[in-house]
Design a protein around this ligand. Sequence first.
Ligand code: AMP
Ligand code: MG
Length: 432
Amino acid sequence: MKTIADIAAELQGYDPQSLPATTVNSFLSHLVEPVTSHEEVDVFHALGRVLSHDVISPISVPPHDNSAMDGYAFDGAQLTKTNKLNLRVVGTALAGKAWQGKTGPGECVKIMTGAIMPAGLDTVVPQEFVTRHTDQAQAGPSSGADAIAIPPGLLQAGDNRRKLGEDVMKGRPALQKGELLTPAALGLLASLGIEKISVWRKLRVAYFSTGDEILSLGEPPREGAVYDSNRYTVFGLLTRLGCAVIDMGVVRDEPAQLEAAFNRAAGEADAIITSGGVSVGEADFTKAMMQKLGDVAFWKIAMRPGRPMAVGRIGKSVLFGLPGNPVAVMVTFLAFVRPALLQMMGCKARPTPLLKARSLEALRKKPGRTEYQRGTVTTAPDGSLQVKTTGNQGSGVLSSMVQANGLIVLHHDQGNVAPGDEIDVMMFDGII
Ligand code: AMP
Ligand code: MG
């Protein structure tokens, strides 16, 4: 396990007094390690969990060539560009059982969506494309057999046929180790007939708030004190991520209480998240206790909001000491903690893509730090994306996070933004 000093020595341009946001991510990716034990869960309990093994498909889906439409199956080699095709209907193929008959040239089989394609037939004409009539010429005046006519130019051979294994082929990996199981993945597992699946164990994350001015819910308001919102935000963020949460309340700024809290958290959790008490001028004991109990670095990150952050290990747990301001907590979580926790969860998730949107206003920005502003992204009348900030961008203004649907990311070297400029946004709907 690498120490803070080991990682710092390996990183180019590591300056704890002014750390670029991208360096924070690389540092954390060296600090954290994925969980190593797994468990078996049934598919209904696998949502949001991370696969610990590749899933090799035991069957092909679909298991047979079948029809994608209600219509008539025929041999597509008979289609021509210019002439309509007349076919006699010699049977009906229903979904759920194979039609056993045989067809010859000039013949077709009425077929339902999902029914197995009869042998030798590769094309389906949807029923709304054909004219249907009683075929007097071929069947004789009294047989009453049906026939259809397909107009030229509508179809190509192979149309409206779903091929065996076109979704998943037997013996091939259907899902890969490290995949976060979404509703679509649950459906895919079920389509393979799989009832139980092996996933990495849940990550246990303990969190508490620090600061003597922080009130727990239920306590009467008092002058100079604020209610603890960070625990609730962090609880929500961790729960959405699929972590097992250990809520440790508000911890008073008092050495014995802090020491007990850190020791309990380190004993029970893979990661510890605290808020408050890590800024430069803090006269409290939080930083001192982190330093005493663990291997911890104290950073000033070149970002806004969220400058101070403590990172390291206490025992085997990874420590994320977040700043106290409510918006800074959310932004540092999204930018740094979330990707690190996903790595610990064994997840090989793609990083959340940044989208481009046109700024509806001028934004002031100093080069030399990354800024995350709260934005509302909407679709302009021409179909492109546009974004507006949610007003007051103070790092304590939590209502700005409630109104926003994404973060505007103004990168380290970027300067002022003029109205109409394209800027990057990180959407967070569905993530937080
Ligand atoms: P700190 O990082 O401890 O200097 O705190 C910065 C600001 O965030 C101060 O105004 C604190 O009152 C506020 N703050 C700290 N912790 C919390 C919390 N758990 N809930 C709401 N506000 C907080
Ligand atoms: Mg404080």
